[in-house]
Design a binder for this molecule. Structure first.
Ligand SMILES: [Zn+2]
Length: 390
């Protein structure tokens, strides 16, 4: 009898060891199939910055511009994120391998799945909802923040909290934000807070009823502090499309993307860690207008917001990851030959988006996963692996 038990134990141990080994191999091969090393440790704090419409040449031109006396006179510093230790590259095409819009691209980045242009986090027939990275992060106890320089219901920020057959169904998207249990939304306003006819319940009032503290003035923004609970901060001064003013047009004291990221860091910091997505949305708008004088300060402004994350990372070096990428290129920007920076060397080939690949810059815990060339859905895969490794 005792002999039988001993034999059973001896038989069980190798089976358990083999089962463990098999599970470990499955986890490893899942990452190997996805084209990145399996993470051994995950960052507690993750920043994902998205420069909307920011192609490789937008970054290169902004680096040249930032080194000029003109830029220095405007308070622009040499760009930080292009010097991050890891640089990768992603495809940007949508489900049909066409040129993407920001909705299909946000879907790929947030859910790891492709869809048609105009659709947010659903299949092209809008019958299935995709699982998104912010929900995965929240389910693991992280606080979630979503920040943008354009309206909070625009495609890129909406890609991190909403599901919609049509990206311009702004009221439905605003209602989804209001009903969310995420911790912080900051940036622009809402395009349709009371529906198309203006006669529906106000989305921000519904958000307040759902427990959000809503700050719409600079004073209310300044008063948002740890302990306030979940918060929505809308810029006091908004321009066209309920967006923050262009960096090039900003007046002293106007809130910038960096201010909303800094407020996010303040509110989201805590024992469980956080995931923050922050979008520089007007790089795309200026590029649709082929306006380099507006566009380059927007890239520099995104970098200033990244600087807030870099400072946080310096205080939490063993726990922080910063990823900076883009959803697609806008304008077909080219830089002609010559030395240094000259506005005349920049030229555009379209007022729309292009199918160009875009760069990925990474710094911190797990940075090595973002090297190489891969599909834009790979951003989700890598972030998911890192969140699950923590
Ligand atoms: Zn665009």
């Amino acid at each position: 009898m005792i002999g039988d038990m001993k034999r059973t134990i001896r038989a069980t141990l190798p089976v358990r060891a083999l089962a463990f080994l098999a599970l470990a191999l499955i986890a490893l091969s899942a990452c190997a199939a996805a084209g990145f090393p399996a993470p051994t440790a995950g960052p507690k704090y993750i920043f994902l910055f998205i420069g909307d419409g920011m192609g490789e040449n937008h970054v290169a031109a902004a680096q040249l511009y930032a080194a000029t006396p003109e830029a220095a006179a405007r308070g622009i510093s040499p760009l930080r994120f292009p010097t991050f230790p890891v640089r990768g590259e992603i495809t940007t095409h949508n489900l049909s391998r066409g040129v993407t819009d920001s909705a299909a691209a946000a879907t790929a980045l947030a859910s790891g799945r492709k869809t048609a242009n105009g659709v947010l986090n659903m299949d092209s027939k809008a019958t299935e909802r995709y699982a998104i990275i912010t929900d995965l992060a929240a389910a693991r106890g992280r606080r979630v923040g979503i920040v943008t320089s354009v309206s909070l219901d625009h495609a890129t920020p909406a890609g991190f909290y909403a599901f919609a057959a049509a990206r311009d169904d702004y009221y439905s998207i605003a209602l989804q934000l209001a009903a969310r249990d995420f911790d912080y939304f900051g940036g622009g306003g809402f395009l349709s807070p009371r529906g198309g006819k203006g006669n529906k319940p106000d989305a921000l009032a519904l958000a307040a009823a759902n427990g959000f503290t809503v700050a719409r003035t600079r004073a209310a923004f300044a008063a948002l502090a740890p302990g306030v609970g979940r918060a929505i901060a809308v810029g006091e001064k908004l321009g066209d499309g309920q967006a923050l003013p262009y960096a090039a047009d900003r007046a002293p004291g106007d809130l910038a993307l960096a201010d909303f990221v800094a407020k996010g860091v303040e509110l989201l910091d805590g024992a469980g860690g956080f995931f923050m997505m922050a979008e520089g949305g007007k790089i795309d708008w200026a590029s649709h207008d082929n306006d380099a004088r507006l566009m380059l300060p927007e890239v520099a402004d995104l970098d200033r917001a990244v600087g807030v994350a870099v400072a946080f990372q310096a205080a939490h070096p063993g726990d922080t990851l910063i990823v900076v990428t883009s959803d697609h290129e806008t304008g077909g920007l080219a830089i002609a030959g010559g030395e240094g920076f000259d506005w005349a060397r920049l030229s555009w080939s379209t007022g729309g988006h292009t199918g160009a690949r875009v760069a990925v810059f990474a710094s911190g815990v797990g940075q090595e996963l973002f090297a190489g060339s891969y599909d834009n859905t790979g951003i989700f895969e890598r972030l998911k692996a890192l969140i699950e490794a923590e």
